[in-house]
Design a protein around this ligand. Structure first.
Ligand code: ADP
Ligand code: MG
Length: 484
């Protein structure tokens, strides 16, 4: 039997507002437990929530970025359940009238083809607190700092068909929200968490199978691993005559498996009703247009422009547009040196390699985009050769000099193209290498091409890498052949 996997994701994005969604308490990460939860976050009697306008603006910008319908009116609902990290006994969320309606997100697959994933809707809600299970002598501690932090929950249609597509989708969402600056996208700190819905069905069957929901998967890699495990589990279960039950499961990265947490609750269990403390949110056209006018160029548009306008390959365009920082760095390098292909090569080659070796992100690159662009410019105008360029790169990386020109000057790396000077160096090398010259003379003509490498190496060495290699090659060949 051939099986097909069906995946839908619910991604929770923590919005980068300074204060909480319904209170003025700070959202900063990592403070002492319970120092950033005010009376509203605690749900104390007599307090009223006030909606954070910034959270609304961020949600709408996301909606505009994915070309979604933005309904004129959205409504907050109470989702009632009991849990120690939820002091109010309900979570304020949006069930029936979310702020962002249907839209779509373009994902890029490994072979650089793209696919559209439909978004069912996105809604605003507040985060809960956190249970702390360590260091409380058998008791559980509660930290309410996170309670009331604004979240945008983005719900996809079940449009993904394998783990790679799900990871690509998550990366696309990450890229959109960080381009927009509406989230720091820090997955390790929980700024983006994802519930993965997985089912399988016989290939060719139209109806979906029963799904399991895997909660709180918090890295691109874990998404792939959780799905791989879950798909295998479901297929095995069905092939052994069993049935998948609709339930909530937890991914355990240590053991690389998912475990049952609870059977899935239905909407009824939550007794949703409109929150009487909050007015419906009404957005007029002028407000939407104002937010639209502030949208930056988005990843999919940038990727397309890098290909059509700058002539980059699909691969280069996709790598260089993956993050806003990467894209802006590349664009600055390109602006300074004027050659997109060279800028792309240097950013993805020499620079990416060096950053990787030292585990640095591009924001922390010791060499700036202006410096790299300047360096490439000097290669393009033949001031230095490729070998010297690597030395200049290293020097700038190490902070020895503020610009390529300064390093080239200080280290005397200017390419020697003066024919007289090159000829003099060649004559000297030939004079000092009688054995190699004899060998050259005595070898088969077709082997001489290879042997010339030795002489080129010696001349380059004598010039401390500054001679123009093509020129050296040409003159050497003529001089050696004249000796035959
Ligand atoms: P609920 O309201 O119970 O959470 P939804 O219908 O809103 O369920 O779906 C939640 C998520 O599950 C969505 O991302 C959706 O795409 C996905 N989903 C729904 N049905 C399936 C299925 N059979 N297989 C995989 N994913 C599914
Ligand atoms: Mg849901």
């Amino acid at each position: 039997m051939q099986w097909e996997t069906v995946i839908g994701l619910e991604v929770h994005v923590q919005l980068a507002t300074r204060s909480k969604i319904f209170s003025g308490a700070s959202t900063a990460f990592g403070a002492e437990p319970n120092t950033q939860a005010c009376a509203v976050d605690l749900g104390l009697p007599g307090v009223l929530p006030v909606l954070n306008e910034q959270a609304v603006a961020m949600a709408v910008q996301f909606g505009l970025a994915i070309h979604a319908d933005i309904p004129e009116v959205s409504v907050f609902d109470r989702k009632n359940y009991f849990y120690p990290d939820l002091p109010k006994g309900y979570q304020t969320s949006q069930m029936y009238h979310p702020i962002v309606g249907a839209g779509e997100v373009e994902i890029t697959l490994d072979d650089n083809t793209t696919k559209c994933i439909r978004i069912h809707h996105a809604h605003l809600e507040e985060d809960a607190g956190k249970s702390l299970h360590e260091d409380f002598h058998g008791m559980t501690g509660i930290d309410l700092n996170r309670a009331g932090t604004p979240l945008l929950e983005i719900v996809s249609e079940p449009d993904m068909r394998n783990a790679k597509e799900a990871a690509a989708y998550l990366k696309a969402i990450h890229s959109i929200v960080t381009y927009l600056g509406i989230s720091d996208g820090n997955m390790a700190e929980g700024s983006m968490r994802c519930d993965v819905n997985v089912s399988v069905r016989p290939k060719g069957q139209e109806a979906f199978g029963t799904r399991a929901e895997i909660k709180n998967v918090n890295s691109f890699r874990f998404v792939e691993r959780a799905i791989a495990f879950e798909v295998e589990r479901q297929i095995e279960l069905i092939e052994d005559g069993g049935k998948v039950v609709q339930e909530t499961r937890l991914f355990d990265p240590e053991r690389d498996e998912t475990r049952s947490m609870r059977t899935k609750e239905e909407a009824n269990d939550y007794r949703y009703f409109p929150c009487p403390d909050l007015l419906p949110v009404v957005l007029d056209q002028a407000y939407l247009e104002h937010l639209r006018s502030q949208l930056p160029e988005l990843p999919a548009d940038k990727r397309a422009r890098f290909q059509t306008e700058l002539g980059l390959s699909a691969y280069d365009a996709s790598v260089l547009s993956a993050s806003r920082e990467m894209a802006e760095f590349f664009e600055e390098v390109h602006r300074v040196c004027g050659d997109a292909k060279q800028a792309a090569n240097w950013v993805q080659g020499e620079l990416a390699g060096a950053l990787n070796r030292e585990s640095l992100s591009i924001q922390n690159s010791p060499i700036s985009a202006q410096q790299l662009g300047g360096l490439i410019g000097r290669v393009l105008d033949d001031t230095i050769n490729g070998k010297a360029a690597k030395q200049v790169f290293q020097a700038l990386w190490n902070g020895q000099g503020s610009s390529a020109d300064e390093v080239i000057e200080a280290k005397g790396l200017k390419q020697v193209t003066d024919t007289g000077a090159i000829e003099a160096m060649i004559d000297q090398v030939i004079a000092e290498s009688p054995a190699q010259v004899a060998q050259y003379r005595d070898s088969e003509p077709e082997k001489r091409g290879k042997m010339i490498g030795y002489f080129v190496g010696q001349v380059m060495k004598a010039s401390r890498g500054t001679a123009n290699p093509q020129q050296v090659n040409g003159v050497l060949k003529a001089k050696l052949d004249a000796l035959l």
